[in-house]
Ligand binder design. Structure first.
Ligand code: C5P
Length: 474
């Protein structure tokens, strides 16, 4: 019988199981047992109902990693007709495994009941600044701090004015003034109130203060015959904005660094219609460009002819020949890191035809080859403008490590990524790669052999390694 180790499941599944078991008051093991039992047996009426498994697993929110607790939102419901939509917002947040604690202004209680907000949130609702019970057990300061995010929906014109001025004469405004967590407002008001210069000023002040806003949207208002900008954003929109704000910030270890990458093959013309090429797809170089961009780098990608879309956020120069590639590389210097992943043709045709070569009865025209400039070696040996870290690739079909070591000495680069491109590996044009990272120090050359990975994974691992090294030298 196979055994299952929860620790070895992937992170998103573990996160989901933790959230779900916490919500159902069970241990993770018990929860897994309940899920498996539910798949094989009819429902046991004595078993408390479980949260169903959603089609897609939730992404980890702020409190994950390191903590098994749910993300927590303090939802301040302002006094406007859109307050009824806040009840739906509570449900949308709970669906996303977010704990919601509601605070209602006095005016909000005219539109929706505390009981409804409490039943939907599964927690008591707070309304009074001077509530002996709340001051004793939670207090407005803790309501402001004991959460990951404060959402105000609907944010009325009055509540925004109070926030902009720093008032604290009721529980909602006191929490907002005492808040140390990010704040998201979902304004909702009559279009005339939204466009009033006073509200415009208040909204600008709040945005300057770092308060986030979603909406208001344009459309019909709850009041008959009124339309314009002022409708509160829909609950699902607000819930998605909350999820986005709760996600941990993406690390950008290469922010402020310029990374130059070459990729793809080169085409060396024989005449205006024929050329010498190789089988490089450019996938590995493009993946590195995308990974470096995701790590915050200013990426300059110089590519030979490939059938790939330019990676988003990357400045791409398209070239054909090795000489054009060298020129484009030199134009992008200075750079902090240069990665030469292109499969540059070693030779070009010396006697390139100005016109299409004709097939005649005479002898077959000979192709005279001359050596192309070695871009990697040229940049590695620069006296000025040499990037701090120069990385070459060694695509070999035999004696991989030995050939890569020899290349190290010849090219003068700092690292070499060696990969076996013999046809049986399927690396050329394929989506996977097995690489060895060669580095050197005073003790000599070190070889780190990585397991087989997708080219995207190789790119991410290489960029992480670069970030560690360049980060240290900063
Ligand atoms: O000598 P070889 O082509 O095997 O070297 C491979 C490495 O050198 C790769 O990083 C490749 O991008 C780079 N190279 C270059 N210019 C050349 C030939 C290779 O930049 N003309």
């Amino acid at each position: 019988m196979a055994s299952l180790t929860i620790r070895k499941l992937d992170d998103s599944l573990k996160t989901y199981l933790r959230l779900r078991s916490a919500q159902n008051g069970r241990s993770v093991e018990e929860e897994v047992r309940v899920i498996l039992r539910a798949l094989t047996e009819p429902a046991d009426p004595s078993e408390p109902p479980s949260t169903p498994l959603p089609a897609t697993l939730p992404e980890p929110l702020v409190p994950q990693p390191g903590s098994a607790r749910e993300a927590r939102v303090t939802l301040i419901i302002g006094g406007g007709i859109a307050a009824y939509k806040s009840l739906d917002l509570i449900r949308r947040l709970k669906e996303r495994h977010i704990h919601v604690r509601c605070v209602m202004t006095k005016a909000a209680t005219q539109f929706v009941t505390e009981l409804a907000a409490s039943a939907l949130s599964g927690d008591r609702v707070f309304t009074d600044l001077f509530d002996a019970r709340s001051e004793f057990d939670v207090g407005h300061i803790r309501l402001a701090r004991d959460c990951d995010l404060i959402v105000v929906a609907p944010a009325t014109a009055d509540l925004m004015a109070k926030m902009a001025q720093g008032h604290a004469d009721d529980l909602a405004s006191a929490i907002l003034l005492a808040a140390s967590r990010p704040i998201l407002l979902a304004p909702a008001m009559n279009p005339m109130m939204w466009s009033n210069p006073a509200t415009r000023r208040n909204a600008a002040t709040l945005q300057r203060d770092g308060v986030h806003m979603i909406g208001p949207n344009a459309g019909e208002m709850a009041e008959k015959g009124e339309a314009g900008v002022g409708r509160m954003a829909e609950p699902t929109e607000i819930a998605e904005a909350v999820v986005a704000m709760l996600k941990p910030p993406v690390p950008r270890p290469l922010a402020g660094r310029r990374v130059l990458i070459t990729a793809g093959p080169t085409h060396e013309p024989i005449d205006p219609v024929r050329y010498i090429a190789n089988r490089s797809s450019g996938k590995q170089g493009f993946a590195i460009a995308a990974a470096a961009q995701a790590a915050g780098a200013d990426v300059r990608l110089i590519t030979g002819p490939v059938e790939l879309a330019d990676p988003k956020g990357v400045r791409v120069t398209h070239v054909e020949s090795a000489r054009q590639m060298l020129e484009a590389v030199e134009a992008e210097l200075p750079a902090d890191v240069a990665i030469f992943a292109a499969a540059v043709a070693d030779w070009r045709v010396a006697n390139e035809g100005g016109q299409k070569l004709k097939k005649t009865d005479k002898a077959i025209p000979p192709l005279q080859l001359v050596e192309n400039p070695d871009i990697l070696a040229t940049i590695s040996k620069l006296k000025e403008k040499r990037p701090d870290l120069v990385i070459g690739f060694a695509a070999e079909t035999e004696h991989l490590i030995d050939n890569a070591k020899a290349k190290f000495a010849r090219k003068g680069c700092d690292w070499i990524v060696a990969n076996d491109v013999s046809p049986a590996t399927g690396v050329m044009g394929g989506d996977r790669n097995t690489v060895h990272l060669l580095t050197k120090d005073a003790d000599g050359v070190h070889v780190a052999s990585w397991p087989i990975m997708t080219k995207d994974e190789v790119a991410t691992a290489l960029v992480a390694e670069i970030a560690r090294t360049v980060g240290q030298s900063a």
